[in-house]
Design a protein around this ligand. Structure first.
Ligand code: ARG
Length: 461
């Protein structure tokens, strides 16, 4: 007889039932939190006068021995005992004797698992924020060291306007900053204590839920025992923040793949972050970026699983909720490895400045500047746009740049186009520096945003 079946079901469980029922192969990941929660609950039982100080001491000592057995790999997990909770409790009873059986007073596995998961996701979110901070730091450093590297900006993957590499890297950083906010937000809402909610409708023991919550570093006890045991939106929210972050990483990954291609040639990954081909000896592949792109698919899957798991589920606890662990673990693991790998890849990559700069020569990239120059010379923008569009057509036809168009064509379009300043307008470097607008790519602006971001990411802003 296993502990969870009790006297109600004294017979053995069917093998197939045990297979679908058992979760210890996954929820053993929560053992630290399970023990942490049990220690706090023991203190709660003592405060409530349900157990004596000696009993509490015996339970805590037993739990600490269980912890060291698990930590050292000596602990034998048993699927017949269903889950992490019953495995730990059974061993506690072996170690501490009958007093171990008092631990579960005023508690159910329903408030226990909700507590474990909240403690677990809290520490995982903290860990992910810490590695995200390191990634951002690398982006800020690279933005600084590449401040003078110009490159095209793109829309529709067509060259749009001259810009600078650091403006692009800082765009990545901005996306990640919002991700950070979402992670911190998810943590805040997860940080409440279900303990004392029991299976669904609380407990008759006078447990001080506030004190137990405080012991576990939670902001407060959850206000409603039904909600506390039945809700997993803290996991949906975390998975959502992680999925959005993973999508951002996949976009960065895609750009790295493009930039490392011979067609772009903007970037070279270090050998330590590249892979080769088993057949083609010349290959140096950006697998790191492709894997990050691929991992984002798993994160979307995790979020979808969690959303659907709870969809239409009546309150309170339903066993469907047991299936919440695999997806959230997958998302946490995927985002963590993706962040670490991208951090290393970007810290050690080389940007090929001459290639980036050379890309400014094609694509009539200063056409907008020319239209704006005509605006300054009194032409309404829509007309100027039309006029320069015509010049681009002619340049394409003559296979030359706007700068090299014959004088008579320029003059016919508008007399101001043959003035010396018009040539200046077509200089990509000057074009970038003209866009000193807030949020723009001019050097002063980007330097300013780098220094603001440094303050923000270091927590002092
Ligand atoms: N293993 C369950 C879970 O992960 C917790 C146990 C609750 N089981 C129960 N029969 N009420 O959600």
């Amino acid at each position: 007889m296993t502990g969870a079946r009790g006297g109600r079901l004294p017979t053995a469980i069917d093998e197939a039932m045990q297979k679908i029922n058992a979760s210890v192969h996954i929820d053993s990941m929560l053992w630290r939190e399970d023990i942490q929660g049990s220690v706090a609950h023991t203190a709660g039982l003592l405060r409530a006068g349900v157990i004596t100080a000696d009993e509490a001491k015996g339970i805590v000592a037993g739990l600490s021995q269980v912890a060291s057995e698990i930590d050292s790999g000596k602990f034998v997990w048993d699927a017949a005992k269903e889950d992490v909770h019953m495995n730990i409790e059974a061993r506690l009873v072996e170690i501490a004797g009958a007093v171990g059986g008092k631990l579960h007073t005023g508690r159910s596995r329903n408030d226990q698992i909700a507590t474990d998961l909240r403690l677990w996701i809290r520490s995982k979110l903290d860990a992910i924020v810490a590695i995200l901070d390191k990634f951002a730091l690398v982006l800020l450093e690279r933005s600084e060291s590449e401040i003078d590297t110009l490159m095209p900006s793109y829309t529709h993957l067509q060259r749009a306007q001259p810009s600078r590499l650091s403006h692009h890297l800082m765009a990545w950083q901005e996306m990640l900053w919002r991700d950070r906010g979402r992670l911190v937000d998810a943590r805040r809402r997860a940080n409440e204590s279900p303990l004392g909610s029991g299976a669904v409708a609380g407990s008759s023991f006078p447990l001080d839920r506030e004190a137990v919550a405080k012991d576990l570093g939670f902001d407060s006890p959850m206000r409603n025992s039904l909600d506390a045991t039945a809700s997993r939106d803290f996991l949906m929210e975390s998975a959502s923040a992680l999925a959005i972050l993973a999508i951002h990483l996949s976009r960065i990954g895609e750009e790295i793949v493009l930039w490392c291609s011979q067609e772009f040639g903007y970037m070279v990954l270090s050998d330590s972050f590249s892979t080769s081909s088993s057949m083609m000896p010349q290959k140096k592949n950006p697998d790191v970026a492709e894997l990050v792109r691929g991992r984002s698919a798993l994160c979307i899957g995790s979020l979808t699983s969690l959303l659907i798991l709870e969809k239409g589920l009546c309150l309170g606890y339903g066993r469907d909720l047991q299936e919440d662990k695999r997806p959230i673990l997958d998302a946490v693991e995927s985002v963590s490895v993706s962040l670490l790998a991208l951090t290393g890849a970007l810290a050690t990559a080389e940007f090929r400045r001459e290639k980036l700069q050379a890309a400014l020569e094609g694509g009539h990239i200063c056409a907008t500047d020319l239209a704006e120059y005509l605006v300054v010379n009194g032409v309404p923008f829509r007309e100027a746009h039309h006029l320069v569009g015509g010049l681009v057509r002619q340049a394409e036809r003559l296979n030359c740049t706007l700068r090299d168009l014959p004088r008579d064509i320029l003059e016919a379009a508008h007399p101001a186009l043959i003035a010396a300043e018009a040539i200046d307008v077509l200089d990509p470097t000057k074009s970038v520096e003209r866009r000193q607008i807030f949020g723009g790519p001019a050097k002063v602006r980007v330097l300013e945003s780098i220094s603001n971001a440094k303050v923000r990411w270091s927590g002092s802003g």
